[in-house]
Design a protein around this ligand. Structure first.
Ligand SMILES: *[C@@H]1O[C@H](CO)[C@@H](O)[C@H](O)[C@H]1NC(C)=O
Ligand SMILES: *[C@@H]1O[C@H](CO)[C@@H](O)[C@H](O)[C@H]1NC(C)=O
Length: 495
C-alpha cells in the first residue's frame, strides 16, 4: 500500500530525470539485490542460533529484558521488554489514529486487525483514542461506538475510499481546543506531505517495497520452466525497484517509524537510512485469549470434518489460497509427500483459486473453505504442524503467530522477517527456500519427527509466542513509545 501511494504521487510530480532512473531495470535490480543479499546471507549467518542473540546481537536474553537506558537506542524488538498491564499508564494520552480501513467487513486484512486490536486495547487502558478511517461499505452498518472503545470518525463519500486531506481536516477540528499528544498512521494513511515536520507522528509500516522486491524475486524463481512470465508481473517487478527508490526518499518525512519485524527494522536503518533512534521494532500481536492450546477442541474438530482416526500426522494451511501465498509450491510438494505417506493429511482453510486444485489431491487433502474467526482456534488445535508457504514477505503473517500461540510448530519460508522474528529457534519448526524440493525436504523432516515430537516443539512455540506475540504486550509497547514521543522523560527505562 505504501508503494502504491508513493507511485501515484511520483506520477503526479515527476522528478526531473534522476541519473539512476535512466539505468536499465536489470541493472537497478542488481543494485538492490546486493543489499538484500547482505541482509539475507552475510548479516544473518554471523548470528548464533539462539533467539536472544539473533534478535539482539551480542546481548544475552537477560540483558535484553533487563535493559536499562534510553528506549530509543534499542535495536531489538520492544516485545522483549517486560511490560505489565497490572500497572496503570504513566500518563493518559489523546491519540489520533489514521487507518484506511477499520474492520467492519467479515474478513479483515492483517493491517486492519492490527489497528483494531491495538487501539481497542489502548482505549481500554484509559487513553482517548480517535480513529479516522474510510466510509464503511454500504452492506455493513458502521459499528456503534462502545463506552470504553475508540471513538470512530468515518469519512463521508464513496465506501472504502480513503482521502487523507479530508481525514486531516477532521483531525484538526477534533484537536482544535484539546490537542492530540500523538498521531499514529497505519502505513501511508497519513501522506508524507502531511507528515513532514510533525514531531509527534508515528507510522507503522506493514510491509515495505524492499520486501516486495524480494517477494518478486522469489515469485519469479518459483515459476515453472515452461510457464511464461506474465507481462503484468514483469512490469510490477521492474517497478518495484523504482518504488524502493521512491520510498527511501519519502520515508524520512515520518518522525517515528515502527517496523513490525526485526528485519524490516534493519532495512529501515541500513538501506532506507532512517536514523536508528527514529526506528522502533514492535512485533504485531494476536489476541492471547482467543488463541490458546485446547487438545479436546482439536479432537472435536477432527471428528467434525471426518478425519480418519488412523491419521499419523495432520498438517494445516490457512489464508487466501492464491499463487503468491505459495500454494503452487505446497500443492506440488504435498502431492509427492502424500504418495509416500498415505496417512499424512493436509487441512486447507480459506478461499481462492487454489481451493479446487487442492480438491484434486483426493482423500489426503481436506478442503474446508473459509473457516470463521470463531472456529479458528479449533482449526489450529486440530493440527500437528502449521504450514505457511508464502512467497510474500511483506509484513508478517499473523497466522504463524496464531498457530504458535495455540502450541503448534510451523513450517515456513526462509524469509528474513520470519527467521529473525518468528522461527528464531530451530526448535520452533522448519524453514525452507521457496522451491518445491526444499519444501518437500522440510515436510519429510516433519513426517520423520512424528506427532509426538511436533507436540514437544509446539510447547516451545507456545512459551515463546506467549511472551512475544501477545496483543497485550504489543499494546503496552506502543503505549510506552507514544509516551516517549509525547515527552522525553518517558523514554528512559531503569533496570
Ligand atoms: C520484461 O520486460 C522487459 C522490458 O522492460 C523486456 O525486455 C523483457 O523481455 C521482459 N521479460 C519477459 C520474460 O517478458
Ligand atoms: C515532561 O515531563 C516532565 C516530568 O514529568 C515535566 O517536568 C516536563 O514539563 C514535561 N515536558 C513537557 C514538554 O511537557
Amino acid at each position: 500500500m505504501a508503494a502504491l501511494t508513493s507511485l501515484q504521487r511520483s506520477r503526479k510530480r515527476r522528478c526531473p530525470s534522476h541519473p539512476m532512473l535512466s539505468v536499465s531495470p536489470a541493472l537497478l535490480s542488481l543494485l538492490f539485490i546486493v543489499p538484500i543479499l547482505y541482509l539475507l546471507l552475510i548479516h544473518r549467518s554471523s548470528c548464533s542460533p539462539l533467539f536472544s542473540h539473533r534478535t539482539a546481537v551480542g546481548r544475552s536474553s537477560s540483558s535484553v529484558s533487563g535493559f536499562a537506558g534510553d528506549l530509543r537506542d534499542i535495536e531489538f524488538s520492544w516485545n522483549h521488554l517486560p511490560f505489565t498491564s497490572s500497572q496503570p499508564p504513566l500518563a493518559k494520552l489523546k491519540i489520533a489514529v489514521f487507518s484506511r480501513k477499520w474492520p467492519v467487513a467479515t474478513a479483515p486484512g492483517g493491517m486492519e486487525r492490527h489497528a483494531h486490536t491495538l487501539h481497542t486495547a489502548l482505549a481500554a487502558r484509559g487513553h482517548r483514542v480517535h480513529v479516522f478511517t474510510s466510509p464503511p461499505p454500504h452492506t455493513e452498518a458502521a459499528p456503534s461506538p462502545t463506552a470504553d472503545g475508540p471513538q470512530l470518525h468515518f469519512l463521508d463519500g464513496t465506501p472504502g475510499q480513503w482521502r487523507c486531506d479530508e481525514a486531516w481536516k477532521l483531525y484538526e477540528a477534533e484537536g482544535e481546543n484539546d490537542p492530540f499528544d500523538v498521531i499514529h498512521s497505519e502505513s501511508v494513511a497519513v501522506f508524507h506531505r502531511y507528515a513532514r515536520g510533525v514531531p509527534n507522528l508515528v507510522v507503522t509500516w506493514h510491509g515495505i517495497s524492499l520486501e516486495a522486491l524480494h517477494s518478486g524475486i522469489y515469485q519469479d524463481l518459483a515459476r515453472g520452466e515452461d510457464e511464461p512470465m506474465s507481462p503484468a508481473f514483469n512490469q510490477s517487478l521492474s517497478e518495484s525497484v523504482r518504488r524502493v527508490l521512491s520510498e527511501v526518499r519519502f520515508f524520512r518525512s515520518y518522525a517515528h517509524q515502527v517496523a513490525i519485524s526485526d528485519s524490516t527494522g534493519e532495512m529501515l536503518r541500513d538501506v532506507y537510512q532512517i536514523p536508528g533512534r527514529r526506528v522502533h521494532v514492535i512485533l504485531n500481536g494476536v489476541d492471547e485469549a482467543q488463541f490458546t492450546p485446547d487438545a479436546q477442541l482439536g479432537r472435536e474438530f477432527r471428528e467434525e470434518i471426518d478425519l480418519p482416526k488412523s491419521a499419523d500426522l495432520v498438517l494445516g494451511v490457512s489464508g487466501r489460497l492464491v499463487k503468491d501465498k505459495g500454494h503452487a509450491l505446497l500443492y506440488e510438494a504435498f502431492s509427492k509427500l502424500a504418495l509416500r505417506h498415505p496417512n499424512v493429511y493436509l487441512l486447507v482453510a480459506g478461499k481462492g483459486p487454489w481451493e479446487s486444485r487442492y480438491m484434486d489431491l483426493g482423500r489426503n487433502a481436506k478442503v474446508l473453505g473459509a473457516v470463521s474467526p470463531g472456529k479458528l482456534r479449533a482449526f489450529y488445535n486440530a493440527l500437528d504442524v502449521f504450514v505457511d508457504p508464502t512467497l510474500r514477505p511483506q509484513g508478517l503473517d499473523l497466522t504463524l503467530m496464531e498457530a504458535m500461540q495455540c502450541g503448534k510448530p510451523v513450517v515456513a519460508t526462509r524469509f528474513p522477517s520470519i527467521k529473525g522474528s518468528v522461527v528464531v529457534d530451530d526448535e520452533f519448526g522448519h524453514m525452507f527456500a521457496p522451491n518445491v524440493e526444499s519444501l518437500l525436504e522440510s515436510l519429510e523432516a516433519v513426517v520423520k519427527d512424528g506427532a509426538r515430537r511436533a507436540a514437544e516443539r509446539g510447547r516451545a512455540c507456545r512459551e515463546y509466542a506467549k511472551s512475544m506475540f501477545a496483543a497485550t504486550k504489543m499494546a503496552l509497547a506502543y503505549e510506552r513509545l507514544f509516551l516517549c514521543v509525547k515527552n522525553e522523560s518517558f523514554c528512559g527505562r531503569k533496570s
